[in-house]
Design a protein around this ligand. Structure first.
Ligand SMILES: Cc1cc2nc3c(=O)[nH]c(=O)nc-3n(C[C@H](O)[C@H](O)[C@H](O)COP(=O)(O)OP(=O)(O)OC[C@H]3O[C@@H](n4cnc5c(N)ncnc54)[C@H](O)[C@@H]3O)c2cc1C
Length: 527
């Protein structure tokens, strides 16, 4: 995760398709494994949020690294175990494994500036998770953070108006009681539709991929599943209707979008939680109160409400930590020479140029890179593009140095410079931390990838055209991303009819390679 003496992505041999016999070897010689399907009890955090039934939510041809395809005949939306095989194969093909020290946790990272040195260095302590032995790594020049963004569960806060209630947002009322009494948990702990959901009324909070996957699974055993989503608000009930729970459930049933096969109903966000517990019965009082004034009787709440960024290893002089969801002015723009160079909010690390490089004058260009923060994105090729710029910067051949020196503040900087905040047009005094790394259009990520590749090229370089064709975003990727929902539905239908396997049989095995997959996907949804 740290030390960038070499980066796995530069000067690699390009593998557009992958020899089958190497895949056979990989299965015998794995370097990474799927975690134990039984998560620990809260508050101990599981190693991963992956659950056994998880399949990808993107077709693998757009999900793959640009220089390494999934093997022929891979199901279009493969299970997590296939992605694991893919990553193991990648590590083997490019000799990555030998650079990785497993079972090693980074415990602390300090920034030091020796008296005789112009630039600072990183002192890092790691701990072997098996033996508990620690190791010092002193004087590290370059730190690359790639510790992921799914390590720390995020729970919704109380609904407040930032104009009238500035400062840290209070916790959702009642949340602690539900969590501590075992009547609520986070999607990070979800593994399968457990017996504890059978015949019960379950509320799944969230509208992301996890909530959309988990709710139907729970609905297959539960009595009723509600899904609370931010953008949904029912008409507020009149005062005289509120006391009557029949009124409430009738109104909700009429207004919600029902899935024909599964008992899932949509409702608005939670305002507060009442008393947890008890068994389901018609006589029970509502115990979940929604912001639109409605209320529900609920046995169990699953918060599929995303994750917070977490960098627990940084010392305070590097990272200033904030609990509230709102950036203040000084953090959106620039940290000055006397501040900690980075500010951490629940869902943003700032200020970062291109979501990647600290802009603080305290950290020299090339001393720190942070990978994989933008969302929602197709992560593998996006991080690969980030690594192109990272590599070029370390090798002193990117346009970045010149750009930062000569064009800082000019219109060429575009909107990706300081997260999604453009300092020249921002007039709002506060901004939600979750907006900082958010790509509001699905196409932003492709533009961003291309920008990174362009920035990683020297101004005059004959090889630029070659790199451009290999790593730039092919047009079909934008088309496939646009039709992903329809494609996934078509794929699920093929699976239901037992036709999925034959549909992908031998696709990708011929000379066409990637083009065969494109043809298949275009045929399935007439892109
Ligand atoms: C439920 C779910 C479904 C998803 N589905 C898809 C999908 O279909 N397609 C897709 O492309 N993406 C999907 N994603 C996203 C994808 O998993 C991530 O974007 C991707 O894993 C990011 O890779 P990463 O290496 O940046 O982070 P991670 O995969 O999170 O890896 C970070 C690593 O850093 C390690 N680490 C953390 N702290 C420390 C420390 N202090 N010391 C040492 N190591 C540390 C962690 O243990 C972990 O191994 C999904 C994510 C989730 C949660």
């Amino acid at each position: 995760m740290f030390r960038a003496a070499t980066c796995p992505w530069w000067d690699m041999v390009s593998y557009i398709s992958y020899p089958y016999n190497l895949w056979r070897d990989i299965k015998r010689n794995e370097c990474f494994r799927l975690p134990d399907p039984t998560p620990p009890e809260p508050p101990v955090l599981p190693q991963t949020p992956l659950y056994p039934s998880l399949t990808t939510n993107l077709p693998h041809p757009i999900m793959a690294f640009r220089d390494f395809s999934f093997p022929p005949s891979t199901p279009l939306y493969p299970p997590a175990s296939t992605v694991l095989e893919y990553l193991n194969a990648y590590a083997k093909a490019f000799g990555v494994a030998k650079h990785i020290q497993l079972n090693t946790e980074v415990e602390s990272i300090q920034f030091v500036r020796p008296a005789d040195e112009k630039e600072g260095k990183w002192n890092i302590i790691t701990r072997n998770t098996g033996t508990d032995a620690t190791q010092d790594h002193l004087g590290v020049d370059t730190l690359i953070l790639a510790n992921g963004r799914h390590n720390l569960p995020h729970f919704p806060s109380a609904t407040t108006n930032p104009e009238t209630s500035p400062g840290p947002t209070p916790q959702l009322p009642g949340l602690t009681q539900w969590l501590e009494s075992g009547h609520a948990s986070h999607a990070m702990y979800y593994r399968s539709p457990l017996e504890e959901y059978r015949g019960r009324i379950v509320l799944v909070v969230g509208d992301g991929p996890s909530a959309r996957d988990i709710a139907p699974e729970i609905a297959s055993v539960a009595k009723q599943v509600w899904r609370s989503i931010r953008k949904y608000a029912l008409p507020k009930l009149e005062a005289h209707e509120l006391g009557d729970s029949t009124n409430v459930s009738n109104r909700l049933t009429q207004s919600s979008s029902m899935n024909d096969e599964l008992p899932i109903r949509i409702c608005s966000p939670i305002a507060s939680l009442g008393s947890p517990g008890g068994t389901s019965s018609k006589e029970r009082e509502p115990n979940v109160f929604l912001i639109d004034g409605n209320a529900l009787v609920v046995d169990y709440v699953v918060f599929a409400t995303g994750y917070e960024l977490s960098f627990p290893f940084f010392s305070d002089d590097v990272l200033e930590r904030h609990d509230d969801d709102f950036h203040q002015d000084s953090d959106i723009l620039k940290r000055n020479r006397f501040d900690a160079p980075l500010s951490l909010y629940p869902q943003s690390l700032s200020p970062l140029l291109y979501h990647l490089l600290p802009s603080s004058p305290r950290l020299a260009l090339g001393s720190l890179f942070v990978l994989g923060l933008p969302r929602p994105v197709i992560p593998f090729p996006l991080v690969q593009a980030q690594c192109h710029l990272l590599t070029a910067t370390l090798q002193g051949r990117s346009q970045l140095q010149q750009l930062l020196q000569s064009k800082y503040g000019d219109k060429e900087r575009g909107t990706f410079d300081g997260g999604n905040i453009d300092p020249r047009t921002t007039t709002r005094p506060q901004i939600l931390s979750r907006s900082y790394h958010l790509f509001t259009s699905p196409y932003n990520q492709f533009d961003y990838r291309e920008l990174l590749i362009e920035l990683s090229l020297p101004f005059t370089d004959e090889s630029a055209i070659q790199v451009e064709t290999e790593y730039m975003v092919p047009k079909w990727q934008r088309r496939v991303r646009e039709k992903n929902d329809a494609l996934r539905e078509t794929w699920r239908d093929l699976e239901r009819r037992g036709r999925a396997e034959e549909t992908v049989r031998n696709v990708g095995s011929g000379k066409g390679g990637e083009a065969e997959w494109v043809e298949l996907m275009e045929g399935l949804v007439k892109l």
